[in-house]
Write a protein that binds this ligand. Structure first.
Ligand SMILES: Nc1ncnc2c1ncn2[C@@H]1O[C@H](COP(=O)(O)OP(=O)(O)OP(=O)(O)O)[C@@H](O)[C@H]1O
Ligand SMILES: [Mg+2]
Length: 361
């Protein structure tokens, strides 16, 4: 098992707002990042992602808790001596300097020789495919190119830890996807420990070794992408990652990993390990893509199509079930099965292995 490169122990940050109010931006956060892995901090706006990153970089001082890089406590070490580099959403390039000078800046500050600087900058620009643009000012580059300069500037000093604060948010949708793939390839090739902040769950799912889901300054769950998606620990995580339908359920029986639950007035038997007891109230999580559309009367429930949207590769149907409950169903390659019309009545069948039960936390 790789050793931890970065450790946060019970870190909190409380900001004073005026003289009377306090904001708990980060609340008792503990996290371990193993060498060479990319861990994302994922959560809605204001949940404390940037504040966490700024404490790791040394721009903010934790109100409580300890931050270690390797086995060294770094709370009191100033940013420029922390062996980390940050890439910002706004790029934060120096507009009056050329691409070369931007990337060279950190090396100059560290008093490398002219020759060394030249060699390292050329190499760092090559890593991000920007050779030939050395003499341009950032203002004459596209957004994607500017972000690559920012990345190259962060990489050139060979930091132990790279910190990314929503680095792709200013790029258009297509470029965001290709840049995140490039970034992930580079991070894996250089095996550089990274903390990546985003509020975009798809971005987090595709580039992370591990995801830390946050809300109101607190960690909600830490896990591999598929763990977070398939086994969310609470309703917030289930709702924030992907789409989900939620229903109240009551446990009827639980034995050997088979759980009988009553939901929407029907008994459903599903496979899930856990500590369930007859009478327990649970939240039943049904992902829209784990529901099949079948003929009326042939599924677990019948429903009426009330609204649909079609994106080409998928169709999402909003159904109203008997009793007024709603269910969102996502069908991939929908034209093959025939697109449904509004007011059409269909059956829905739930995949037994993909239903997930949450106990009332
Ligand atoms: N310097 C500050 N003084 C007072 N409050 C602050 C300060 N910096 C951040 N906060 C507050 O701390 C909370 C967390 O802010 P933070 O910037 O870490 O959120 P975030 O998760 O990065 O959000 P976003 O996705 O919008 O960037 C917010 O409520 C914010 O208003
Ligand atoms: Mg932020």
């Amino acid at each position: 098992m790789a050793e931890a490169e970065l450790i946060l122990q019970h870190v909190s940050k409380i900001f004073a707002e005026g003289t009377t109010r306090e904001v708990k931006a980060v609340d008792d956060l503990s996290l371990e990042v193993k060498k060479g892995l990319l861990v994302t901090l994922l959560g809605p706006s204001g949940c404390g992602k940037t504040t966490t990153l700024r404490m790791i970089a040394g721009f903010e001082y934790p109100t409580r808790g300890k931050i270690f890089m390797g086995d060294k406590l770094i709370n009191d070490i100033p940013p420029q001596r922390r062996d980390s580099a940050m890439v910002f959403q706004s790029y934060a390039l120096f507009p009056h300097m050329t691409v070369f000078e931007n990337v060279a800046y950190g090396l100059k500050v560290r008093r490398f020789s002219r020759q060394e600087i030249k060699r390292k900058v050329v190499q760092a620009l090559k890593l991000v495919d920007l050779e030939g643009l050395e003499d341009r000012p950032p203002g004459q580059l596209s957004g994607g190119q500017q972000q690559r300069v920012a990345l190259s500037r962060a990489l050139v000093t060979e930091p132990k830890v790279l910190l990314f604060d929503e680095p792709l948010s200013n790029l258009d949708a297509k470029l965001r996807v290709s840049t995140r793939e490039e970034l992930r390839r580079l991070q894996q090739k250089l095996s550089i420990t990274s903390i990546y902040v985003t509020h975009d769950q798809a971005e987090a799912m595709t580039i992370s070794d591990e995801i830390t889901v946050m809300k109101d300054g607190r960690v909600q769950q830490i896990g591999f992408p598929e763990q977070i998606y398939l086994h969310p620990e609470n309703k917030f995580v289930a709702d924030f990652i992907g789409e989900a339908n939620f229903y109240r359920g009551t446990i009827i029986k639980s034995q050997d990993g088979r759980v009988e639950v009553k939901m929407l007035d029907r008994l459903i038997t599903i496979n899930q390990d856990g500590d369930f007891h007859p009478g327990d109230e649970v939240e039943v999580v049904v992902r829209p893509e784990t529901v099949d559309i079948v003929a009326q009367g042939k599924g677990d429930f019948d429903g009426v199509v009330k609204f649909s949207h079609y994106t080409g590769s998928a169709a999402t149907y909003h159904l109203e079930l008997r009793g007024g409950q709603k269910m969102e169903v996502k069908v991939l390659n929908p034209q093959e099965k025939g697109l449904l019309r509004d007011e059409e009545v269909v059956g829905v069948k739930l995949h037994r292995n993909n239903i997930h039960l949450l106990t009332g936390k």
